[in-house]
Design a binder for this molecule. Structure first.
Ligand SMILES: [Cu+2]
Length: 333
């Protein structure tokens, strides 16, 4: 199917397409049934209230990125579930700390980009509109046809629609694949792509933590690091979690330049489900080593209340911004 055909099939509304200047006056095939946005929250899981101070002045909010899953706009086509995701590549400046402003290349104004989420077997349609000023692309991990591999640059001002079946279940990622890829990822064009197994995993407080580095002076080294986009954020804004409740962390290492990073949790052990490719975790530890683009599901619960750190055990990476706290709230609180 041509990209133009995919665009016509897309359920993007006419106003949006007009706004993007992608159609002149011709009608767009409206194949949509009433769109539904599914909420990932499960009623039995308690999410403690987040302090209001956690909205950052930088314009980014890692606290909302943490539990924000984009299930797309859902329609049924020929008896199957189609999830359509709309993303716009943009260029915008964020304040990493008091000393560093950084020009990001991002999706929908966020670094990392949206966490796309689907169930194995769904049809995925990602409408990618590049308005960032340079050529970019979206390359997904997981299985898909060669023409959907996202290695072809999408010119500024144009649209590419990536369409494929969601498989296999697990934790995946996507990122721009325009050379030099290190630079395009380092400037923020990456995100997580979760494919749930057909039989859902047990209820848990589910969160996304993506580690990344910032080369602020173009010396091919990172000077700052972050979880979910902003250095030091979860140190200043600990993540509230409920005592004795299962936490399911989707962790991705997106740090360029440094070959590996570890992830370590204080005062606890976690169960590892490598790449999320299993229905159950396989072993227990408190530190795991991840190469760039490696990702896992880590499961744990805290019996003790109070604040507990998480960070890579390369302490230079941790101390340069990739460090945070969980704040375990007592069940009776
Ligand atoms: Cu790019």
């Amino acid at each position: 199917m041509s990209n133009q055909k995919r665009l016509e099939k897309s359920i993007l509304n006419r106003r949006q397409l007009l706004q993007w200047g992608l159609i002149a006056g011709a009608g767009v095939a409206a194949s949509s049934i009433a769109a539904t946005r599914l909420l990932g929250k499960r009623s039995s899981v308690i999410i403690p209230p987040v302090p209001s101070a956690s909205t950052d002045r930088s314009g980014m909010n890692p606290m909302s990125i943490l539990r924000d899953f984009d299930y797309g706009t859902v329609t049924q086509e020929n008896g199957r579930t189609v999830r359509e995701f709309r993303v716009e590549a943009q260029t915008s400046t964020i304040k990493l700390d008091n000393a560093h402003s950084f020009i990001t290349w991002n999706l929908n104004g966020r670094v990392p980009g949206p966490t796309f989420r689907a169930t194995e077997g769904d049809r995925i349609r990602v409408v990618f509109y590049n308005r960032a000023g340079h050529s970019h692309s979206l390359h997904f991990h997981g299985e898909h046809p060669a023409d959907m591999d996202g290695i072809k640059p999408v010119k500024n001002g144009s649209v590419m629609i990536y369409e494929f079946d969601a498989k296999p279940f697990g934790v995946h990622l996507y990122h721009c694949h325009v050379a030099p890829v290190t630079r395009h990822i380092g400037k923020g064009l990456y995100g997580m792509f979760i494919i749930d197994p057909p039989q859902p995993r047990p209820p848990a407080d589910e969160m996304v933590l993506i580690m990344a580095g910032y080369d602020v002076n173009d010396d091919q080294k990172n000077e700052l690091y972050a979880f979910n986009g902003l250095p030091h954020y979860y140190m200043k804004n600990p993540i509230p979690i409920q005592q004795d409740q299962l936490v399911r962390l989707y962790v991705l290492n997106m740090i360029e330049f440094d070959p590996v990073a570890t992830f370590h949790l204080h005062a606890n052990m976690f169960r590892v489900n490598q790449t999320g490719r299993s229905l159950t975790p396989s072993y227990e530890t408190d530190v795991i080593t991840m190469g760039t683009a490696e990702r896992h599901i880590l499961e744990f619960s805290y019996h003790n209340t109070g604040k507990f750190m998480f960070h890579p055990h390369q302490d230079n990476i941790a101390e340069a911004g990739c460090m945070g706290f969980f704040d375990v709230i007592g069940s009776k609180a």
